[in-house]
Design a protein. Structure first.
Length: 166
């Protein structure tokens, strides 16, 4: 992925989003804006080709309070993406409750979603709010996100169904 421009990353994200419209968007289209079992939008896999959360273990954010790289020894497939984990126990926790651990908006930048756009979520720029993992694009965007987290979540929840269909 080294050498790819931000523009190519954004275009790749948009292409990924376009391919994910077939399954599961009926509930979102009907006005469901929360998460849980129907958070079926596309999963951002552009940092590490085909791998969610850039190869980081989504469970570790909750159990260790920090990003921890996952291992190719502990993987699972969920929503069309490969997910990596630091341990077999974390993989099993994820498989038991994937929507508890999977990042909001498929791992796309939460602040960008609130702006009506798709952008990569960086595993190093994260936040857990009311038990939900949110990723953001970079340090500057993370600072903007922190200025009004509840407002950005409310706006992003409204924007996500339409963005997920593009």
């Amino acid at each position: 992925m080294a050498g790819l421009s931000r523009r190519r990353i954004l275009i790749a994200g948009a292409v990924l989003a376009g391919g994910a419209t077939a399954a599961g968007f009926g509930a979102a289209r009907a006005g469901w804006f929360g998460f849980g079992d129907t958070d079926t939008g596309p999963v951002f896999t552009g940092i590490v080709d085909g791998v969610a959360v850039g190869g980081y273990d989504p469970v570790a954010y909750f159990t260790q309070g920090k990003p921890v790289e996952g291992s190719r020894d502990f993987t699972a497939t969920h929503r069309g993406a490969e997910w990596r984990f630091a341990s077999a126990a974390n993989r099993e926790a994820f498989l038991a409750e994937p929507e508890k651990y999977a990042p909001a908006y498929g791992g796309y930048c939460s602040w960008a979603i609130a702006q009506g756009k798709l952008a990569k979520g960086d595993p190093q720029n994260w936040d857990i709010v009311e038990g939900r993992l949110y990723l953001n694009y970079n340090d500057d965007i993370q600072a903007r996100w922190k200025a009004d987290v509840p407002g950005f979540i409310a706006t992003a929840n409204g924007n996500w169904p339409d963005l997920a269909e593009k």
